[in-house]
Design a protein around this ligand. Sequence first.
Ligand SMILES: [Zn+2]
Ligand SMILES: [Zn+2]
Ligand SMILES: [Zn+2]
Ligand SMILES: [Zn+2]
Ligand SMILES: [Zn+2]
Length: 663
Amino acid sequence: MNSGQPNTQTQNKKSWQRLLFTLRVIEVRLRFVAILIILGLAIGYWDYIENWYEHRLAPRKAALSSASQPSEEWFCPMHTFIVRSEPGKCPICGMPLTKRAKGEKTPLPPGTLARVQISPERILQAGVRVVPVTYRTLIDETRAAGTIEIDEESLARITAWFPGRIEDQFVKFVGASVQKGEPLVTIYSPKFLAATQEFVHALEQLRAASSGPSQEAERARRVVEYARQRLLLSGFEPDQLAEIERTGTAGDRVTYRAKISGIVIERNALPGDYVAEGQTLFVVADLQRLWVQLAIPESQLSLLRLGMPVEITSAAFPNQIFYGEVQFVSPTVDPATRTVRARVVLSNSELKLKPGMFVTGTLRWPVGGMEEITQETTGVTHVLHGPAQTTSTVVAQPHPSVYYQCDMHPEVVSLQPGDCPKCGMHLTRREGVPPASLDFGTTGSQTSLKATASVYYQCDMCPDVISLQPGDCPKCGMHLTRREGIPPAGSDAGTTTSKSEVALVPHHHGASAGEGPWEIGYACAMHPGDLRQQPGICQVCSCGMPTKLWRVRKVLAVPELAVIDTGLRKIVYVEQAEGVYDAREIKVGNRVGAFYPVIEGLREGDRVAAEGAFLIDAESRLNPSASALYSAQYSKSENEPERRAIESSPSEQSHQEDHAHHH
Ligand SMILES: [Zn+2]
Ligand SMILES: [Zn+2]
Ligand SMILES: [Zn+2]
Ligand SMILES: [Zn+2]
Ligand SMILES: [Zn+2]
């Protein structure tokens, strides 16, 4: 038993050690698994952990750093992506930068829907081409189908004023050409005889009385005149009465003659027929003047003007253009065709065009409008342009040696350069003493006028333009602002009053923001797009019409390629800097050729993406992260967000206010 005791002890010890070892192995394995699980969890919930860490610790870090970093930054209000940590000037527009709290969001300029930045590589890839928005002469052109009709005003009806039987008919068929006064038909009519007998009798009385006392002759003459008037009223032609007067007999046959030269288009009676009083015997139409009924699409209605010229072409004469004039526009729209009927009067002296023919009418009119410059508009003399009328100029230069004159209106003379208030042309610089007829000496009467004036009108842009009457600024075209009080000293209010009808550009109602300067030149009314410096004969389309002097207003025009029509609105991308484009909603008129006239949303000189605009648009909508490629050339500030593909519009409200302001 003694020897057995240590034996069992060592056995126990061994098994204990084995157990410990096994446990240890298990523990190591478990620890490994646990580490794996923790690692897995940490990876799986990494975002959460990171968030939690930032939530708890980031504010503390920020609080620490804010003490050392500035809390302000500077940005350009026009180019909100320009952000600097110190004051300076905008590298794009040169404007001084504006201070704001660091990280503060600045709304985009009004009217801007979004801003997109595109990398130079993408610009190249997309083939983006940027063009400036300019004033252009846009000639709106519309073609419309039409039918030639007889001019109802050139119809002559030959009516039987006396009942009877047709004895002779000189016109045998419809379509025959007749000359004015040519006999058409002879009718046997006892009633005609009865009606004329009174006249014949009165003539006999007069003949007898003319040898007797003058009172008798006078009475007889009055009776003849009375009978003549009665016959004229019942349809007689004066030459028919002259015939009766000459022969002294009436007879029982009456002959009806053609009242105008033309074509017989209706013939209602055959020889032997009995005709009633008032029956139409013939209708003669003068086909030298025709009507064209054009169906103008409703959408082109703004183009249509009474009196405007129209080009008419027909398949029958492909090489010839006929010119007509709009005489009437129907007051209603045809609900079936959505067209408006415009009646064009056409000269057809060669009788080539025939009623019933299908033709095409072409109408042209400048989008900005045009006016003929006539002698009446140029009749006023001794006009001084605004700036030259200031008292100081007149006193300082009693004998000026340089003056400015309008080439079109020699009476428009100014001592300072500028534009003609009548036609808008640049004044030409001339040397020498201005024409003697100029009225420089109105200074005396001016002071009294100025002292009494309590309301005047001034241009906000050009403070030297002051008028005592409302109107538009002759320099910049802006509405003059009404002001109360006495006009500023040195202003030319007095002079402007007396010449306001010339010095001020007449106010155009419904003038749109896109209206630009006038262009002056000679053209025919049909082809105002071809303005020439010299008068002559229009050469366009072998037109051959003599040209007149016109002024045609240019309008702000944006290339069609630049305009993206979303269906709801039209958008252009305006370049702010290379690779930075603002999406701007614009309002445009009907497309004219490759351009849209701008009504709202763009200014002269705005640079719009013409080619590649669709790709910029796609970039901004489909792939907001595309701009991440942008090399952040302008955003040097650390706080500048890397991605700013689309910034939302500042607020829909301010946008609407902007709209309301324009209307
Ligand atoms: Zn700027
Ligand atoms: Zn002029
Ligand atoms: Zn002005
Ligand atoms: Zn022409
Ligand atoms: Zn033409």
